[in-house]
Design a protein around this ligand. Structure first.
Ligand SMILES: NC(=O)c1ccc[n+]([C@@H]2O[C@H](COP(=O)([O-])OP(=O)(O)OC[C@H]3O[C@@H](n4cnc5c(N)ncnc54)[C@H](OP(=O)(O)O)[C@@H]3O)[C@@H](O)[C@H]2O)c1
Length: 291
C-alpha cells in the first residue's frame, strides 16, 4: 500500500471495514477476562469498552476526568473506572500500582494538539500521552499483563521517526507532525519489547482507519468536513483493538493491524527506522522507567 494509493480513502473509511468484515469470525466469549482500556470515556475507547463488555469481559476504564467518565460509563455493568492522566508519569505510576492482573491492556488514550504544551515531567504532551506514559505503564505491569495493544494511526505512514522532534519539538509547533511521529514511534514498540524485555507480554499495534469521533471533530474539523460521508463508526474503528485483545491470534509478526489484517509498517520510501534510531528511542523511553 502506498499513501497516495487511491484505495487509501476506501480502505481507511467505512467501505474498507465493510469489505473486510465479511470474513470476521465472531469474538470469543470473554467472560472472566479483565481488560484495561485507556481513554475509555469517548470515541474509540468508549466503543472498545462497549464491545469488550458485550463479549463478556470486565473492563477497567482508565479516564482522566471523573465527570466525563461518569457521564459516559456510569451505570454500565462490569466497567470499573480508574482515574489517571496518561501524560503525567506520577499518575501513570499510581495507575500501574493499582491495576490487577490483566488479560489485555489497550493503549488508546490520545489527542492531537494545536499548541506546544508541556507536562509536569517537562515532556511535550502528545509524546507523553501516546508514548512515554504508555511505555512506563507497560514496563511497570509487564509481568501482570498477557497482551498489550497500541492504537496507532495511519497518519504515521507519512512520517519517519525523529527522536529529536519528540524530545524538543521544532517551533512553530506542528501538532499533526508531532502526532504522526509519536504514532510512528508506537509502531516500533512491539519489536523493542520483544528484544529488550524478558517475559514480555505479547504486544501488537493497530490503526483504526478513519473513524468519526469527538477527537476528530475537535482536532481535524476540515478533514472531517471532507471525509464525513466515508468515515467509520467508532465501533468499526475499534474492532481490531477488541479482536487483538480477545481472539486467538496467529504467531506475532512485524506489522500494523487494520481490519484484522497485518499491513507493512513503512511502505513509503524513507520512512523505515534505522537500527540506531530504534536503539536511541528505546534508551530514551527507558530513562523514564523507575525501578
Ligand atoms: N478517530 C480516528 O479516526 C483515529 C484515527 C487514527 C488513530 N486514532 C487514535 O485512536 C485513539 C482514540 O482516538 P479518538 O478519535 O477516539 O479520540 P477522542 O474521541 O478524542 O477520545 C480520546 C480519549 O482519550 C482520552 N485522553 C486524551 N488524553 C488523555 C490523557 N492524557 N490521559 C488519559 N486519557 C486521555 C480522552 O479523554 P477526555 O475525554 O478526558 O479528553 C478520551 O477519552 C487515539 O490514540 C488516536 O490517536 C484515531
Amino acid at each position: 500500500m502506498h499513501w497516495l494509493d487511491p484505495l487509501v480513502p476506501l480502505s481507511f473509511g467505512a467501505a474498507g471495514y465493510h469489505v473486510q468484515a465479511r470474513r470476521f469470525a465472531p469474538l470469543p466469549n470473554a467472560t472472566g477476562r479483565v481488560v484495561a482500556v485507556t481513554g475509555a470515556n469517548a470515541g474509540l475507547g468508549l466503543a472498545t469498552t462497549h464491545a469488550l463488555v458485550a463479549a463478556g469481559a470486565e473492563v477497567i476504564a482508565v479516564c482522566r476526568s471523573p465527570e466525563r467518565a461518569e457521564a459516559a460509563l456510569g451505570g454500565l455493568d462490569r466497567v470499573h473506572v480508574h482515574i489517571a492522566d496518561l501524560a503525567d508519569l506520577s499518575s501513570v505510576r499510581a495507575l500501574a500500582a493499582a491495576l490487577p492482573r490483566l488479560d489485555a491492556l489497550v493503549h488508546n488514550a490520545g489527542a492531537l494538539l494545536d499548541t506546544l504544551q508541556r507536562t509536569a515531567d517537562g515532556l511535550e504532551t502528545t509524546t507523553a500521552c501516546h508514548l512515554v506514559g504508555p511505555h512506563v505503564l507497560t514496563r511497570a505491569i509487564a509481568e501482570r499483563v498477557d497482551r498489550v495493544v497500541f492504537v496507532s494511526s495511519g497518519g504515521m505512514y507519512l512520517s519517519r521517526l525523529s527522536l529529536r522532534q519528540l524530545q524538543s519539538p521544532r517551533e512553530p509547533f506542528d501538532g499533526v507532525t508531532q502526532y504522526a511521529i509519536a504514532k510512528r514511534a508506537q509502531v516500533l514498540l512491539p519489536g523493542l519489547y520483544a528484544e529488550h524485555v524478558s517475559n514480555a507480554p505479547r504486544v501488537e499495534v493497530m490503526h483504526p482507519g478513519w473513524a468519526d469521533t469527538p477527537g476528530v471533530v475537535k482536532s481535524l474539523p476540515r478533514f472531517r468536513r471532507l471525509t464525513r460521508r466515508i468515515l467509520r463508526t467508532p465501533a468499526q474503528g475499534a474492532d481490531t483493538a477488541v479482536w487483538l485483545s480477545l481472539a486467538e491470534l496467529p504467531p506475532h509478526a512485524e506489522g500494523i493491524w487494520l481490519d484484522r489484517r497485518l499491513q507493512p509498517v513503512a511502505p513509503i520510501p524513507g520512512t523505515a527506522t534505522p537500527p540506531a534510531s530504534r536503539a536511541a528511542l528505546w534508551a530514551w523511553l527507558e530513562s523514564h522507567v523507575v525501578d
